[in-house]
Design a protein around this ligand. Structure first.
Ligand SMILES: [Fe+2]
Length: 156
């Protein structure tokens, strides 16, 4: 097994996963939780023994993935984080996909209480995300097609 993607991603992979499935990766038992909203294919992986969750770009430290391109949907992202991440025990450690700013991990408690975006109401969150006006990423037109083919053809 070289690459794993959500069955809802539309990309090419050696293995596809869906919500609730548990996969074994080098002895780690990873529970798949579908967390769409940044993209349709975003999943988070929970390792209960280590009390850890890997959230990719769905939830970042005091931020979240953008929702203004690809299949982004801020209402869906809000529900994903609140229903699939914030329902985990509050001491679970969160490892995110990027934007570390020197901080490598956070926790369910911290993001539930301190994330300035996700502590808003859903309506406020949707409005906030709509008004972000972020720059279009320089490499996105190359990166997305490459990611859909397991990333092998991508080079900057
Ligand atoms: Fe992303």
């Amino acid at each position: 097994m070289k690459s794993v993607l959500s069955s809802k991603s539309g990309g090419e992979a050696d293995k596809y996963v869906s919500d609730g499935e548990v996969i074994d990766v080098g002895g780690l038992k990873l529970e798949v939780r579908e967390t769409p909203g940044h993209t349709d294919g975003c999943v988070s992986y929970v390792e209960h023994t280590l009390k850890s969750v890997f959230t990719g770009d769905a939830l970042l430290i005091r931020k979240c993935g953008r929702t203004d391109f690809q299949q982004g949907n801020s209402s869906t992202l809000y529900d994903s984080v609140h229903k699939k991440i914030f329902t985990l025990p509050e001491d679970y450690v969160i490892y995110v996909g990027h934007d570390y700013d020197g901080v490598l991990q956070t926790s369910v408690w911290e993001e539930k209480n301190l994330n300035p975006r996700l502590t808003k109401s859903k309506e406020e969150f949707v409005e906030f995300m709509k008004n972000m006006k972020l720059d279009y990423p320089k490499q996105i037109d190359k990166a997305v097609p490459a990611n859909m083919k397991d990333g092998k053809e991508y080079s900057i």
